[in-house]
Design a protein around this ligand. Structure first.
Ligand code: PLP
Length: 463
């Protein structure tokens, strides 16, 4: 379909005023006050695909993928090494999105057999795929080896032996390329990071506690395994680069220690994902160029101090590539003014989705912003809370937002920056079918993942 839908002549889809951050880069207002994204009028999208609908701005996704690749390649070329950027598919993966990432020179990180299946369906070559997970099944390991994935990221001591057994089962004599995920004690997220000696969470092997070194030595000593490097992922939605630099120094120190003890200097270090984005107007993202410069400087300094060669680096951004490229369109339903305090009234604006299509507010207290996208609205604003249709009072989409006082049933409400961990964490709570994902680019919309139907849900119910 094209922007000409909705009867008669093509609408004027020229953006005269971009919506700006945190909306996708092509989102903006036209001369007649309509909103377009990817050159497609939001009203046409809704007429064709209904609501709720996830909209993905292909141009925005590709531009962010390129920005990470070029910023990190440039910064690390200056210190004499190369970088591989893995798109963390758990943020949102479909066949088309895996292809976009690959076309922009990225590889794909997967964390389950399901994510691996999508990457393979997109014809991403196995060597360009990584497999993560703290509890991989034998079947997942077997499938990863069969696909000749570029790396299996081992997450426990017992997994070292389990991967070796999978290599034996396969019996073709090809060693499994392995990284070891370590925890450096750096936990980053939001604006701060903290550095602690203790690790009390399920991922990785502790550097301070010695289990990381033990696992690395076990990989070196195990036939059938090829030790590629050390992996560290410190958190998510990180807005300052310092935490990455502290973790990089720790990982490089561990690499040097392993070299001293075994003579093996691993060729690669993976510094994980977690690059933060803007969710609200006025918030700033972690600029990939700033992150890349900071990390390259930290890696160069640490390697010089340790007297080791600079390793090849990889990173794994997910949210920072797909998050800002996505928005969700909902239809406004019930409006309910609620007196919350003396003289303070909050309008509860109900939409036709909620925690089943965006779990992050309920799971993490995450904040979003919203605006009416289907028509020009009045200038008077009112305090609102956007809520879903589910049977939970915690079913909040946007906790606090100023919306036009004339917001009314039938308006199309857009919520920004829902591209990451929206569709990928969606559920069928209350037997609600999951919304489609529609990509827009250059005036054309294309369904990447179709809408679920009640028949889809009933097909699973064997009575
Ligand atoms: C979740 C995760 C990522 C991606 O995190 P983002 O915050 O989406 O960038 C990368 N690597 C690993 C190991 C992860 O678990």
């Amino acid at each position: 379909m094209t922007a000409a839908l909705g009867g008669g002549a093509a609408r004027d889809a020229v953006v005269v005023e971009p919506l700006g951050s945190p909306w996708p880069v092509t989102a903006g207002l036209t001369r007649d006050g309509a909103t377009v994204v990817g050159g497609v009028d939001v009203r046409d999208l809704v007429a064709e695909h209904g609501t709720p609908v996830y909209v993905l701005d292909e141009e925005d996704f590709r531009a962010r993928a390129r920005a990470f690749r070029s910023a990190f390649s440039d910064a690390f070329a200056r210190i004499g090494t190369g970088v591989d950027v893995y798109y963390a598919g758990k943020a949102f993966l479909s066949v088309a999105v895996a292809r976009w990432a690959r076309e922009e020179g990225l590889r794909i990180d997967t964390a389950t057999g399901g994510e691996l299946a999508v990457a393979l369906r997109a014809q991403v070559p196995g060597p360009e795929i990584g497999l993560h997970g703290n509890n991989k099944s034998d079947d997942e390991l077997d499938r990863a080896l069969a696909a000749r994935v570029g790396r299996i990221v081992v997450d426990s001591l017992e997994e070292v032996a389990r991967v070796a057994r999978a290599v034996e089962r396969r019996g073709d004599g090809v060693p499994a390329p392995v990284m070891v995920r370590v925890t450096t004690g750096v936990h980053a997220g939001g604006h701060e990071y903290i550095s602690t000696a203790h690790e009390d969470q399920k991922f990785g092997l502790s550097v301070a506690g010695g289990q990381a070194l033990e696992a690395l030595e076990a990989v070196v000593a195990t036939p059938g395994l090829e030790l590629l490097g050390v992996h560290s992922h410190i958190g998510s939605q990180i807005l300052e680069p310092d935490g990455f630099a502290v973790a990089a120094r720790s990982v490089l120190g561990l690499r040097a220690e392993l070299a001293q003890r075994t003579g093996v200097l691993v060729p690669e270090v993976d510094l994980g994902g977690g690059f933060g984005i803007a969710y609200l107007p006025g918030e700033s993202a972690l600029d990939p160029a700033v992150a890349a410069e900071g990390l390259a400087a930290a890696v160069a300094t640490a390697c010089a101090e340790l007297g080791t060669a600079v390793p090849r680096i990889s990173i794994e951004p997910g949210r920072a590539i797909v998050g800002p490229a996505g928005l969700t369109l909902y239809s406004v339903g019930t409006l309910k003014p609620v007196a919350v305090d003396e003289g303070l009234v909050r309008t509860y604006v109900s939409v036709d989705g909620g925690m089943s299509d965006n779990l992050r507010p309920a799971l993490y207290g995450a904040d979003y912003t919203a605006r009416v996208l289907s028509r020009p609205t009045g200038d008077v604003m009112t305090l609102a809370r956007v809520v879903g249709k589910h049977c939970e009072s915690g079913d909040v989409v946007v906790r606090d937002v100023m919306l036009p006082a004339d917001v009314r049933r039938g308006d199309v409400l857009g919520v920004a920056a829902t591209g990451a961990y929206g569709r990928s964490m969606a559920s069928n709570y209350n037997q609600v079918p999951r919304p489609p994902v529609v990509a827009v680019r250059g005036g054309t919309a294309r369904v990447l993942v179709r809408r679920e139907t009640e028949d889809d849900l009933l097909a699973l119910d064997l009575g």
